[in-house]
Design a protein. Structure first.
Length: 95
C-alpha cells in the first residue's frame, strides 16, 4: 500500500480507470484528479505505516499470538484500511 501510494502523492499518475483514487468527483477535471489522489495517497501512506508498525509488533512478539488477540488485531487493521477511504471520500465531496 505504501509503494503504490507514492506515485499518487507525487502526481505521477495521469487520469485513468485502473490506478488511483477513482471516485466520480476525481473524473470531473484533471485538477480534481491530482488533488484527490494526493490527499488519498497521503492517507494511505499514513495507514500503511501504522499497519507496518502493528505487523512488526506482531513479528517481534510484543503482541500476543493467541486467537482472540489475532481477531482484535485484524479488526483494527480493517479499520485502519477503511479510514483513508472515508477521509478521501469526504475530501472529494468538499471539492
Amino acid at each position: 500500500m505504501f509503494i503504490v501510494s507514492v506515485p499518487l502523492v507525487m502526481g505521477w499518475i495521469k487520469m485513468n480507470r485502473w490506478y488511483g483514487i477513482r471516485l466520480p468527483k476525481s473524473f470531473k477535471s484533471n485538477e480534481n484528479w491530482y488533488r484527490i489522489n494526493k490527499v488519498g495517497g497521503w492517507w494511505m501512506i499514513c495507514a500503511s505505516i501504522v499497519l507496518m508498525y502493528i505487523g512488526s509488533l506482531q513479528y517481534l512478539g510484543v503482541i500476543p499470538s493467541d486467537m482472540q488477540t489475532f481477531i482484535i488485531v485484524q479488526a483494527v487493521n480493517l479499520i485502519i484500511v477503511i479510514i483513508p477511504l472515508i477521509a478521501v471520500t469526504i475530501y472529494s465531496r468538499r471539492l
